[in-house]
Design a protein around this ligand. Structure first.
Ligand SMILES: [Zn+2]
Length: 502
């Protein structure tokens, strides 16, 4: 976590050259990627993207994935770069030095090289040191192989070999390879399955468990830890075949005996032994819940790309605003703390995604005045006049949809008359403005000069951006947006921090 509560958006960079291939397992792309992902997840970094240059030499920087990474750093999408070791970045130490000492710091970008124990944010690099040791162990793999095969035969016999019993169970005091229901937590597992099959969403179940003061699995196992139930934790429990009485093991393989780096195994390699212990739920219930959740999971959420990611925050708890699907295919942004943990962490801060888009394009048009000659590096897309016209027309179309929905909401009684009045006035004004702009742009098309590089001059001759609202545009023009709670007067305060150039 950064100090201001903003998450690190990490770019994970993997490289392997032709000379490297076939040398050691630890330098393969798959291994690099596993290692970096694992580290990023453990440290709570958001993984923005994984950049892979397969078969490129480290003697120069002319590599496609590296160039893309550099672009994403320049445009502010990535603010942390993680590599396995410094030589992944490049084998030219002078060029590496320039990146580390000038380029990354200039873009406020943290840099971590795992096996070298290098972390630009941490002089002692204490957090990294254990990882370096872990990797060094990868080369001594012979012992681990023997131990692994012993484990495998135990798994095949249905013996439970993990260090801890899964939540809901405890180890049989007579036989540590057998599971018995834990009288404290087995009822919680049953409650989770019952709620899910009756239609509760995982986040709702998590909220209920938190309200009852029940510790989540990690806290129950280790009382010194802190945390609350989350939708993800509930979902995880609902997918564990263990609760139907079967033992599922060998889901991951450790890279080496002493390593904490594990690789996920293919499902066909899982070792499943049926009816090894007392089930907490019936097979039918387990299957029913699985079907309900898989049906719900895929369509929304995943596909929706939130352009305010990393920009919009809850004004009170400073957590990111997170996307939820609202009614009739619409999306809302809600305080991530409230969404995940409920009233224990924050209160309901919520704004319609479309509303925020409308406010932002309006704000940018009004205030994001670019100094002359600055247009080129702000927006790299070379937009010509007709593109600009197309964007305006597109905006006009979208506005029509928004207005139509507003009437629909009023008709269905989803919105108060007062709020309807406020919004419809705003939209009408915007519509007028856009029509005016379209007329101006149409007449401008025949004149020389004018709109270039995603900028145009308004009536007062001020240079403005006319790029469509995208994450890239927002990140280049806006520092952050703080979303306040909706007030009683149906108004809602937004603090929009613009990046102003002097
Ligand atoms: Zn909040």
């Amino acid at each position: 976590m950064k100090l201001n509560g903003e998450k690190y958006r990490a770019g994970l960079y993997c490289r392997i050259s032709k000379e490297d291939t076939g040398s050691t397992e630890s330098s393969s792309i798959a291994t690099q990627r596993e290692m970096l992902c694992r580290f990023a997840n453990e440290q709570g970094f958001e993984i923005y993207d994984i950049y892979i240059d397969d078969g490129y030499s480290g003697t120069n920087f002319n590599r496609p994935a590296f160039l893309k990474l550099q672009h994403d750093i320049d445009t502010g999408f990535v603010n942390a770069v993680i590599v396995k070791d410094l030589s992944r970045l490049g084998r030219d130490y002078i060029a590496n030095g320039q990146l580390l000492e000038q380029h990354f710091p200039r873009h406020n970008c943290r840099f971590i090289a795992l096996t070298d124990g290098y972390d630009s944010e941490n002089e002692q690099s204490a957090d990294i040191a254990p990882f370096r040791n872990v990797i060094n162990e990868l080369y001594a793999r012979d012992i681990s192989k023997k131990i692994r095969s012993a484990f495998l035969s135990r798994m095949q016999a249905g013996q439970y070999i993990a260090a801890f019993a899964p939540y809901g169970y405890m180890k049989d005091p007579q036989d540590k390879h057998r599971l018995l229901p834990d009288p404290n937590t087995a009822p919680v597992v049953a409650y989770i399955f019952d709620s899910l099959v009756n239609g509760s969403r995982p986040t709702d179940v998590a909220r209920q468990l938190n309200l009852r003061g029940l510790p989540p699995p990690s806290v129950y196992r280790d009382g010194s830890k802190q945390g609350l139930w989350t939708g993800a934790a509930v979902r995880k429990i609902s997918g564990r075949l263990t609760y139907a009485g079967h033992t599922v093991q060998h889901k991951t393989t450790k890279l080496s005996f002493k390593s904490s780096v594990t690789v996920k195994n293919d499902k066909s390699d899982w070792i499943i032994v049926k009816n090894t212990h007392e089930p907490l739920v019936t097979e039918q219930l387990f299957d029913a819940v699985g079907k309900i959740l898989s049906r719900r999971k895929t369509p929304s959420g995943n596909a929706f790309k939130n352009i305010f990611s990393g920009l919009a925050f809850c004004a009170d708890c400073k957590r990111s605003m997170s996307v939820t699907a609202g009614r009739r295919g619409r999306y809302n942004l809600v305080c991530g703390g409230y969404k995940q943990y409920g009233a224990a962490r924050c209160s309901n801060h919520c704004i319609g995604y479309d509303d925020l888009c409308a406010v932002l394009s309006d704000t940018l048009e009004r205030y994001a005045v670019l100094p002359d000659g600055d247009g080129k590096d702000r927006t790299k897309t070379a937009l010509n006049k007709s593109n600009y016209l197309r964007i305006l027309q597109d905006r006009a179309d979208k506005l029509q949809t928004v207005i139509a929905r507003l009437y629909e909401d009023k008709y269905l009684g989803n919105i108060s008359d007062k709020r309807f009045e406020i919004l419809i006035n705003q939209y009408n004004q915007r519509e007028k403005q856009i029509k005016h702009d379209i007329a101006a742009a149409q007449s401008d098309i025949n004149k020389p000069g004018g709109i270039e590089n995603g900028t145009y001059k308004d009536q007062n001759g001020r240079l403005k951006s006319c790029a469509p609202l995208t994450a890239a545009v927002l990140h280049s023009l806006i520092e952050r947006i703080d979303v306040h709670r909706r007030g009683q007067s149906e108004s809602q305060r937004l603090d929009i921090y613009l990046k102003l150039k002097k």
